[in-house]
Design a protein around this ligand. Sequence first.
Ligand code: ADP
Ligand code: MG
Length: 344
Amino acid sequence: MLMVVFIVGCNNSAPNGGTAPVKEPKSDSFFVFDTIVSIRIYDDKATEKNFQEIKELTHVIDTQISRNLDTSEISKVNQAAGKAAVHVSDKTFYVVQKALMYSELSKGQFDLTIGPLVSLWGIGNEGAHVPTKPDLDAALTKINYKDVLLDESKKEIKLAKEGMEIDLGAIGKGYAADEIADYLLKNNFNSAIIDLGGNIFALGVKPDGSQWNIGIQDPKEERGNQIGKMKVNNKTIVTSGIYERFFVENGVHYHHILSPQTGYPVNNNLSSVSIVTDKSIDADGLSTSVFALGLEEGKKFVDGLDNVEAIFVTADQKVYITDGLKGNFDLTNEMYQLCEFSNN
Ligand code: ADP
Ligand code: MG
């Protein structure tokens, strides 16, 4: 059955008041997971050593789950595809388990075995181009989350078919944000902003006890331009969009969220999806899943989950928010319109 979303009551945005000043944080930023990680800790006790330890822990995560390092645990699983089960650390197992869970929940729109397709497109790499149909078809035969076999008691992962490759790009940064948040809490830092290339974890509350004001990126503009903002405390906000990594060929824009069905970038009139929830690994897994599901299916999916809210931005500059964000999300960009979902 074809579901139609009728749009009623699109309102133009109203500019909103400024952000309350907070005291100067201790901050650092560095490059890992192909992205800029920036940490602001609102506590004068934060030291150089803390930032160094955070950097190291992200480096360890990279050596466990990166597909770009031949020696990572995930690469070892991929290298043994079709041959053997590989024992991995508890943490890597957990991330794969989560990625498999979102593959199942999204009925394969999110698929953790997307690796061969990601490699073929090479989006974000120099020389990226549209692959040939035979190459796409060959890659698609290797993608199927149902062929990921997990042995929880042994912490072993096996890929059933040769050539399969797990790619945790859609969930890894969220996991890393959670690990950084855990580190901060264990070290008694309760007020911080963790930002992994736009994947945000707003830890605790501002030093003055008020809520954080988090901006939602304008998918059409350079980083830092916002469509709106929202007040949160102790929440993570993760966005998947068509603007982060893409290339243009013959005037067509090819972005990095790929359909495991067609082999091409997901094409559904969405520009971005932001997820607001408690754990960043979930927000990251969900942002990619919900993006791939599209506006209508994605909204239904989010409504079925506890404590998960979403902001959808369409290519025609409409913004849809789930009920839990009403009264909390402020549209501040007059190029966009806030619209209501309406059931068929
Ligand atoms: P970002 O990396 O910008 O935070 P996402 O969290 O949406 O964005 O992840 C996109 C990455 O996820 C891609 O670069 C690729 O590695 C991987 N990916 C692409 N399509 C899919 C898909 N359908 N299912 C799972 N992972 C995907
Ligand atoms: Mg994601």
